[in-house]
Design a protein around this ligand. Structure first.
Ligand SMILES: [Zn+2]
Length: 304
């Protein structure tokens, strides 16, 4: 009896440990840093392609999360964590672009939350490149509120502007501007280091960044890396993209393979702005994407 009792107590203790370890794990998924009154940046404990910074905007009535590669399970965890900084409910998630892995299958964002995103993001999440409908639940939840160029939310004295300024990291990047606070949330369009260039348009990205510079902001909350101030980083990225475009186009036009071009392009002169550059060579996927812009692939109905 005593033995059984001891085993029972041990079992309860073990279960309690599992429960507390699980909640600790959930609690540790993000670190919520205050940016200014009512604006926070949720920084993932383990950053990765599908774990980006999520700006959290608190208004008089509700909360808006700005998500990039934002998985429903992470959204649920963050909705819980947001309760530690405000008693207002999360009402909107802004999907800054459609990117998501299919491993999010059949998961949806928490109930009662509308997802705001570009209409192209919705279309891409619902149909494949050939225009065929995707199987139900095969991607993350598509936007439930669609937009094309701009949408404004007015919440008490807080204004939240959601803007499409052009193609870049994808063909449906939107940014979120808080005009009064002069804060902009840039998703993957502008990050603190070099962004992923394997989709979207490198040529258009340069002019899109020019359009972004016309907005009035001081603080940038990017999806990757630490927040930063001002616009010099935009100039640096434009300069990098211009050099990449020039060098890679020239080499591709000489008939070199994508792999050769990726090895030969030398952007080490930009290492002072992007310390992750340690030698010649660029991401082969960026060159692959560039090649599709120079020689667009045949339309899906001809490729079949
Ligand atoms: Zn992305």
């Amino acid at each position: 009896m005593w033995r059984m009792g001891r085993i029972f107590v041990f079992a309860i203790a073990a279960q309690m440990f599992v429960v507390s370890a699980t909640s600790a794990q959930t609690a540790a998924r993000y670190k919520i840093d205050k940016v200014t009154e009512g604006v926070y940046l949720a920084v993932p404990a383990v950053p990765g392609p599908n774990a980006a910074n999520i700006p959290v905007i608190v208004s008089d009535v509700d909360v808006i999360l700005v998500g990039t590669h934002f998985f429903p399970a992470d959204a649920r965890a963050l909705v819980e964590q947001v309760r530690t900084v405000t008693d207002k409910p999360v009402r909107y998630i802004v999907n800054t672009h459609y990117h998501a892995s299919t491993t999010a299958a059949r998961e949806s964002f928490p109930a009662g939350i509308d997802v705001i995103g570009h209409e192209l993001a919705r279309r891409t999440l619902l149909t494949d490149r050939a225009g065929k409908p995707r199987a139900p639940g095969s991607t993350v939840a598509p936007p439930t509120v669609g937009m094309t160029t701009r949408l404004a939310l007015y919440r008490g004295d807080r204004e939240v502007r959601i803007l499409y300024v052009g193609r870049g990291h994808s063909d449906n990047d939107v940014v979120v501007l808080l005009p009064k606070e002069r804060i902009i949330c840039t998703g993957d369009l502008l990050v603190s280091g070099l962004p992923d260039m394997s989709a979207g348009s490198i040529a258009d990205w340069i002019s899109t960044l020019e359009a972004l510079k016309l907005q009035d902001f001081e603080t940038v909350l990017p999806a990757r890396g630490a927040p930063f101030k001002g616009k010099p980083k935009i100039d640096a990225l434009q300069s990098y993209l211009r050099d990449l475009l020039t060098q890679a186009t020239e080499l591709l036009n000489k008939g070199m393979t994508v792999e050769e071009v990726a090895r030969r392009v030398d952007l080490t002169s930009h290492a002072k702005n992007f310390p992750q550059i340690t030698g010649a060579g660029v991401d082969v996927n960026a060159v692959k994407q560039l090649q599709t812009e120079i020689e667009p692939p045949p339309p899906p109905w001809e490729a079949q």
